[in-house]
Design a protein around this ligand. Structure first.
Ligand code: 5RP
Length: 250
């Protein structure tokens, strides 16, 4: 999709048209301004986070950042960071992460998030839960009044063992919201996460009343590994729109 910044008189330069990917890049570059040499950095996953990782690699190459340790949130980001020469480690070696930068699928007015439509929610939640600062980078299309109300998927990572049983229990849990639980697939095959698990996407017709209660109820189900609601975790949200960049802090 693209965004037009408005009409200009004939004598003015042509209107600037920013694509969604350009907005993602603007948010990502802004977030990287928070990165300082010597930091342990959580490296997010997805098309927005990819711009941030590229930028960190570029600044390292230019010598403008030094002594960085990256903790990738997926195998894909691990590969990207290796290709850029970013030194990497993990939470076993660095249990406290200074700053993480990652995208999101939905951001509500309280800075709660839905993540995991890219399938990396578990590692993202582990790394971002270990952060002193978690900077979320989005284009304005990700802003929603309520999580899960957009008719798009609320991802839940489950163990493959008897996944239909777990999917049914998840669907029953949100019966009041008109929930339909679907196994995520790639072609004919189940989508498999970096952790060897499956993803059940919950499609809700009605908003969830209490996100915290919903989170607790999902996590109580045996067979569930983690869900994509990131409640009260973001410390900063950077939103890029055709009007510019806004930064919200907790
Ligand atoms: C991956 C994620 C991503 O951060 C989320 O899906 C946003 O992706 P994108 O930046 O490509 O829109 O949670 O699991």
């Amino acid at each position: 999709s693209s965004v037009e910044t408005g009409l200009s008189p004939l004598s003015s330069p042509p209107p600037v048209i920013l694509t969604q990917d350009e907005l993602k890049k603007i948010a990502a570059y802004k977030a990287v301004e928070f990165v300082e040499s010597g930091m342990v950095l959580g490296l997010g996953t997805g098309s927005t986070a990819k711009h941030a990782v590229d930028r960190i690699g570029e600044l390292l190459r230019q010598g403008k950042l030094t002594n960085i340790v990256g903790i990738p949130t997926s195998k894909k980001t691990h590969e990207q960071a290796v290709s850029l020469g970013i030194p990497l480690s993990d939470l076993d070696s660095y249990p406290v992460v200074d700053l993480a930068i990652d995208g999101a699928d939905e951001v509500d007015p309280f800075m709660n998030l839905v993540k995991g439509r890219g399938g990396s929610l578990l590692r993202e939640k582990m790394v971002e839960g270990a952060c002193k600062k978690f900077v979320v980078i989005v284009d304005e299309s990700k802003l929603v009044p309520h999580l899960g109300g957009s008719g798009l998927a609320m991802p839940v990572e489950v163990v493959p063992y008897c996944w239909k049983f777990t999917a049914k229990r998840l669907q029953d849990l949100f019966e009041d919201c008109g929930c339909v639980a679907k196994l995520r697939t790639t072609g004919e095959q189940p989508f498999v996460t970096d952790n060897g698990n499956y993803v059940i996407d919950l499609y809700l017709k009605k908003d969830i009343d209490d996100l915290k209660v919903a989170s607790d109820n999902i996590l109580r189900l045996a067979g569930v590994v983690e869900h994509g609601m990131f409640l009260d975790m973001a410390t900063t949200v950077i939103v890029a729109s055709e009007l510019g960049v806004t930064i919200r802090n907790k």
